[in-house]
Design a protein around this ligand. Structure first.
Ligand SMILES: Cc1cc2nc3c(=O)[nH]c(=O)nc-3n(C[C@H](O)[C@H](O)[C@H](O)COP(=O)(O)OP(=O)(O)OC[C@H]3O[C@@H](n4cnc5c(N)ncnc54)[C@H](O)[C@@H]3O)c2cc1C
Length: 383
């Protein structure tokens, strides 16, 4: 295998594979290095993606779709409930490993090279030092893309440091029980400090039950969630424990000839932790900047320009997260009661968008029932 490529991508997740495919389609030969022996494994994800996002990115999920959900039931700490629902699907639960594998197949068919069991060790200018099947090796590229997830080695080599509070600790298991397959459930409470717990059904019998929190002892938090909600935890051993970036997206995701995409660049929604679709879209933005660089000698920092629409939404997600994290359990309970009276559930059923808060925030005060939320709206806006 040749070791000289136009683009070397570190990480064969959705963000890296999207970047590589789009570069290859534009004529820039791309190689992806992946430290694991199998694409998509281990799975550290719930695999919930919005229907609108799927349509926008043009992802073909027919073969990997396990369930369609049409709404969510959201519970406050003392179990005040807010229901958001539509008559047709709003989101899909997918086989996450199969998504990465199908993206890898598409990339390979387009000409992308994928090197498994190949781990990034170091980057020096245009040289990428790797450990390939336990042996040292190197690759050469004018452009290098770090798509190596929340614990990104590439980000570390770029000397971009992140704080502990920029991550949530997540824990998830598959539970066998009896579930409403059409609804996702979200729970706020002390067990999930600064985030929430979730029940995402694969079907009527199986659900992905998880929790994310700022508490580093996530397993302990998860156990108190199960206890408090009386959820039968007949879980199989299919579980994951991982980090979710919840800080602001990186303002400068480019240094020299190295770009960051996906979780590595904090391109994740801080409200929900979702980053599959934003990572794919950011990969497309990175490929555009790389194309400009090779074709017209434009700086790679143009990537930030192409990221603007994505970052605008991610910043709103972050603001919402900050707002909710600033509320005590008692205040959250009161807020839920107020939201129910203001018919926020009905409003979100009509206008809500789990990816793009800008699509509904501007409409909040257009409904008379929502005017009672004016003080909360103002306090959110000025935060
Ligand atoms: C518990 C949990 C639930 C989630 N649920 C959802 C959800 O329902 N919907 C949603 O949209 N998002 C969800 N997410 C977030 C989502 O999983 C991520 O945003 C998404 O995987 C980011 O894609 P990525 O390509 O940036 O990184 P990743 O998918 O993490 O891929 C990075 C790849 O880089 C590889 N790698 C790492 N280091 C190296 C190295 N040094 N050398 C070579 N390869 C390396 C890794 O092995 C991995 O394959 C969830 C996350 C967690 C933790």
């Amino acid at each position: 295998m040749s070791f000289l490529h136009s683009v070397t991508v570190v990480g064969a997740g959705p963000a890296g594979l999207s970047t590589a495919l789009e570069c290859q389609k534009r004529g820039w030969d791309a190689v992806v290095i992946e430290e694991h022996a199998e694409i998509g494994k281990p799975v550290n994800c719930t695999g919930l993606i919005s229907r609108s996002g799927v349509e926008e990115t043009g992802l073909d999920i027919e073969k990997i779709k396990l369930n369609s959900v049409r709404g969510a039931r959201i519970y406050s700490p003392n179990h005040e409930m807010l229901e958001v629902k539509r008559s047709s699907p709003v989101a899909y639960v997918i086989d996450r490993a199969a998504l990465d594998q199908s993206m890898a197949e598409e990339a390979k068919a387009a000409g992308v090279k994928i090197m498994l069991e190949t781990k990034l060790l170091d980057i020096r200018n245009e040289t990428v030092f790797v450990e390939e099947k336990r042996r040292g090796g190197l690759l050469k590229s004018k452009v290098i893309v770090g798509a190596d997830g929340p614990n990104s080695k590439t980000r570390e080599l770029m000397e971009i440091s992140k704080k502990r509070e920029d991550f949530a600790h997540a824990y998830q298991v598959r539970v066998n029980g009896s579930f409403d397959a059409g609804f996702v459930e979200l729970y706020f409470g002390s067990y999930a400090k600064d985030f929430f717990a979730w029940v995402v059904p694969e079907n009527k019998e199986w659900a992905r039950v998880g929790l994310a929190t700022s508490n580093i002892n996530v397993r302990e938090s998860f156990n108190s969630f199960l206890k408090e909600t009386n959820l039968e935890a007949n879980y199989s051993c299919d579980m994951c424990s991982a980090l979710i970036p919840v800080g602001l997206p990186l303002k400068e995701p480019v240094k020299g000839n190295v770009l960051l995409v996906g979780d590595a660049a904090f391109q994740t929604k801080s409200t929900t932790g979702g980053g599959i679709l934003t990572g794919i879209n950011a990969g497309k933005a990175a490929a555009k900047a790389i194309d400009d660089f090779y074709k017209s000698k434009k700086p790679l920092t143009n990537y930030s320009k192409y990221l603007k629409p994505i970052n605008k939404e991610l910043e709103l997600h972050w603001k919402l997260r900050k707002y909710f994290n600033g509320l005590s359990n008692e205040k959250l309970d009161k807020l839920f009661v107020k939201m129910r009276k203001a018919k926020v559930g009905e409003f979100l059923s009509e206008h809500g968008d789990m990816d793009k808060p800008s699509r509904f925030i501007g409409k909040v005060l257009t409904r008379p029932s929502m005017w009672r939320m004016f003080p909360e709206f103002v306090s959110f806006m000025v935060k």
